[in-house]
Design a protein around this ligand. Structure first.
Ligand SMILES: *Cc1c(COP(=O)(O)O)cnc(C)c1O
Length: 372
């Protein structure tokens, strides 16, 4: 069986977790601070706040920029439901926007038609690790006076021009869940140059207890404290940070080149195949978290079954959120996303896929597409 995605951990992560367990303090302490510092230097010096999931990172980032009841946030419908639930968690309304057929990214023309007086922020999603024209997103935000929360769950280690994602922009959120580009078991991070956003996220991840983070880093607790904003139990534990630190050390030398090799093999093998269209991407800047392709002529489900029959697991990223009951149940139509939803098929990509396995997937797809 060739798995679609997989956590890739070694003895090094196991040893790091064992060291935390042996020390006997499992909560949030110095290990989280060290992970944050290392992430910060990897991302070029911006402040980093680690939390328990990528969804929490998005939720706290939105809360920190003041998004709440009565507000609207523009978000592409082709994303994991995490983006939508994070917006809904603040009391604001996620406004589903259509995407571009060529790359599955937010369609700014469609987004523009949905701007209202209540719009406070825009949440671009770096779908399949491609950021597209992020400068245009920032120009759009400037034009309409919006904050930008980047859902960079797919884009850890990716670049835009010469800069890493998270090294510029407004507020950037990463996910370190089990199958993302790096993992801390579960986990996420908020990255920003805005000290107010960072201070609010730091407090809000620990129930709003003012400046509790600094005390925990020193192994102390807060007894006489104040709370001045809504808070949650969203902090990261030292166990998670221990896994994340090892993964970060392995990323540039192991995970990134491996994912890029597989990406290149797929692109090369599938570039001129009738009935299949690759999404626009960029080999130089992506570290692909997923590898979705489009299967045309209504054949996606048959191809998916054919691959499963030979032990190749595939996925569908994603069911558009505006079709979900809680987010409109398809009352409005976003035609491009709906069309892509019928065509998208995600092929296995993770550091555990070998070159032979990747070639096998390519061969099987080509063979299945030729059979009519
Ligand atoms: C994984 C993911 C998230 C949320 O991350 P979790 O850590 O799983 O909460 C958000 N958005 C997208 C697009 C994702 O793929």
């Amino acid at each position: 069986m060739i798995r679609l995605s997989k956590s890739v951990v070694s003895q090094a992560e196991i040893a790091a977790v064992a060291a935390i367990l042996e020390r006997g303090f499992l909560g949030m302490g110095g290990e989280v601070q060290r992970f944050e510092d290392e992430l910060s230097s990897y991302l070029g010096g911006r402040h980093v706040v680690c939390v328990n999931t990528g969804t929490s990172a998005l939720h706290l980032a939105l809360q920190a920029i003041g998004v709440g009841v009565g507000h609207e946030v523009l978000v592409p419908t082709l994303t994991y439901v995490a983006s939508f639930q994070a917006i809904a968690a603040t009391g604001a309304i996620p406004v589903a926007c259509d995407v571009r057929e060529i790359d599955g990214l937010l369609d700014l023309n469609d987004a523009e038609s949905r701007v209202t007086k209540k719009t406070r922020a825009i949440m671009p999603v770096h779908y399949a690790s491609f950021v597209g024209d992020l400068d245009a997103v920032y120009a759009f935000a400037k034009k309409f006076g919006l904050r930008v929360i980047e859902d960079a769950a797919h884009a850890f280690g990716c670049t835009h021009g010469v800069q890493r994602i998270g090294n510029f922009g407004d507020v950037v959120c990463f996910s370190f869940d089990g199958i993302k580009n790096i993992t801390s078991g579960e986990g996420g991070a908020v990255v920003s140059a805005d000290p107010e956003v960072i201070a609010r996220v730091q407090d809000a991840r620990l129930l709003g207890v003012a400046r509790d983070s600094e005390k925990r880093y020193r192994g102390e607790r807060s007894w006489d404290f104040d709370v001045s904003a809504k808070g949650w139990r969203y902090h990261m534990s030292d166990i998670m940070a221990a896994i994340g630190r090892v993964q970060l050390r392995r990323f540039e030398s192991e995970f990134k080149p491996r994912r890029r090799e597989l990406f290149a093999l797929y692109c090369q093998g599938l570039k001129d195949v009738a009935g299949l269209v690759l999404l626009k991407s960029d080999a130089e800047s992506v570290v692909p978290h997923i590898f979705p392709v489009r299967i045309l002529d209504g054949r996606r489900d048959a191809i998916r079954q054919g691959l499963e029959d030979v032990g190749i697991q595939t996925g569908i990223h994603y069911k558009p959120n505006h079709l979900l009951d809680y987010f409109g149940g398809g009352k409005s139509s976003l035609p491009v996303a709906e069309k892509l939803y019928e065509e998208l098929l995600t092929l296995p990509i993770h550091p555990g896929v070998s070159e032979e396995e990747c070639n096998f997937v390519v061969e099987k797809i080509i063979k299945l597409l030729k059979e009519k």
